[in-house]
Design a protein around this ligand. Structure first.
Ligand code: CTP
Length: 401
């Protein structure tokens, strides 16, 4: 089989060095990659590096090998174009259809999915000109990955960092596998909770659960690849932030509730994939609870945590908002799932069977998605990303007009 053809566009930012790692991941996973750097980017990483790593000649402008009409051919032949890093200038050129070098020509002739991974200073990212250019590109079907928050060039920190190359690669892989040029979640804001809450007992102990967060992360990554703006509320997963998602880190059920309700205002969909503790210790001991021979062993009194899914379902934070819950069951899986769907009042409930070796921490999942309108979709055993894609399809079908 022919290798999928990827054009890696590199524009002139300090993060260009990270594109070397992205290139390596793409080639090592069986992609035929042509690197198209801008002339400015060669100040950061030279043509020799791109050529050696990709195994192809490298050109910045349209005047080399003119007989092969590279300004048209490169874009036409591509299965995916990814621009990483995409500077503010590159986003502006792409949004306005300028074509003054090989990369911008390629962007105009490409008919395949296009991914931009912007990197710049926070002020440049937040500038209305950049934001309007990003909105234009997204409206036209491009996937523009939200920059990460962190250390920027020099001493400043803020939003504008190029996400981890491994995470950009994951977005590319998913976009390529879908192969569509009009992402169905473009213009949508989705909120996902992932992981398991921890309810502190004293400064060193907590009540927790075995949720790994992997299903929630798969949902976040697939939603980014389908063009959504993603807010991921993460509880105790220890997983790296997925590229393109705004990540909020929380610990307890109360913190998770606050973060989810805040993010849900105006969102198109909320997916509660987190395992939220139903109970928390009634009291928090400010000092470590010690064992004492002269006293009876302590009994932990528990109080109920608020049911966030039920709250989201009854008080929709936006008209037409789609609310999705998860149910991990050990017995009578479907009957319990149906009852839970009714009780919580959500639109969709993903029901899966759990046990000692099932689902928790694993890369695979098997589930049935129950719908409030009576629908039932079985998702066979497979990667958690497959379930995530099926679920987004069901969610997208419920969005009003
Ligand atoms: N959930 C929630 N808030 C809680 C507990 C759970 O939002 N306090 C959400 C979870 O994120 C999940 C769904 O509700 O999407 C199912 O959680 P589960 O704990 O299985 O439901 P319960 O109502 O607690 O049912 P059970 O009697 O099985 O514990």
């Amino acid at each position: 089989m022919e290798k999928p053809k990827v054009v890696l566009g590199v524009s002139g930012g300090i993060a260009a060095y990270k594109a070397c790692e992205l290139l390596r991941r793409l080639t090592e996973s069986g992609h035929d990659v042509t690197v198209v750097p801008t002339a400015a980017s060669l100040h950061f990483v030279g043509a020799a590096t791109w050529s050696a790593l990709s195994g192809h000649p490298v050109s910045t402008e349209v005047w080399n090998d003119v007989h092969e009409v590279p300004h048209v051919r490169t874009g036409q032949a591509a299965d995916l174009v990814v621009v990483a890093p995409a500077t503010a200038d590159m986003l502006a050129k792409a949004a306005h259809g300028l074509a003054d070098d090989l990369l911008t020509n390629t962007l105009l002739t490409a008919r395949c999915p296009v991914v931009f991974a912007p990197a710049m200073h926070t002020e440049m990212w937040e500038h209305p000109a950049t934001q309007e250019n990003v909105a234009t590109l997204r409206r036209r079907g491009a996937v523009v990955i939200e920059p990460a928050v962190g250390r920027l060039t020099g001493v400043d920190t803020g939003k504008g960092r190029l996400p981890d190359p491994a995470e950009i690669f994951e977005v590319c892989r998913r976009v390529l596998s879908r192969g569509v040029t009009a992402p169905d979640l473009a213009g949508r804001h989705v909120v996902i909770s992932a992981g398991g809450t921890r309810e502190p007992l004293d400064p060193v102990r907590y009540l927790g659960n075995r949720s790994s967060g992997k299903q929630g992360y798969a949902l976040a990554r697939t939603a980014v690849a389908r063009g959504a703006r993603v807010t991921l509320i993460e509880a105790n997963t220890g997983l790296p932030d997925p590229a393109g998602a705004d990540v909020v880190h929380v610990g307890t059920a109360i913190q998770l509730r606050e973060a989810v309700l805040k993010a849900a205002a105006g969102a198109d969909a909320v997916v509660m994939a987190a395992a939220v503790a139903d109970f928390r210790p009634a009291a928090y001991a400010t000092g470590k609870i010690k064992k004492r021979d002269d006293r009876a062993d302590p009994v932990i009194e528990l109080v109920r945590n608020p049911d966030i899914l039920a709250e989201l379902s009854t008080e929709r934070a936006a008209p037409g908002q789609v609310v999705v819950g998860f149910a991990a069951e050990t017995d009578d899986v479907l009957a319990n799932g149906r009852e839970k769907l009714r009780r919580k009042g959500c639109d969709l409930l993903v029901v899966n069977e759990v046990g000692e070796r099932k689902t928790f921490g694993s890369e695979e999942n098997e589930a049935v998605v129950l719908a409030a309108d009576g629908g039932e979709t079985a998702v066979p055993y497979g990667p958690k990303e497959g379930l995530a894609d099926t679920l987004w399809g069901l969610v997208a079908a419920r969005f009003p007009g």
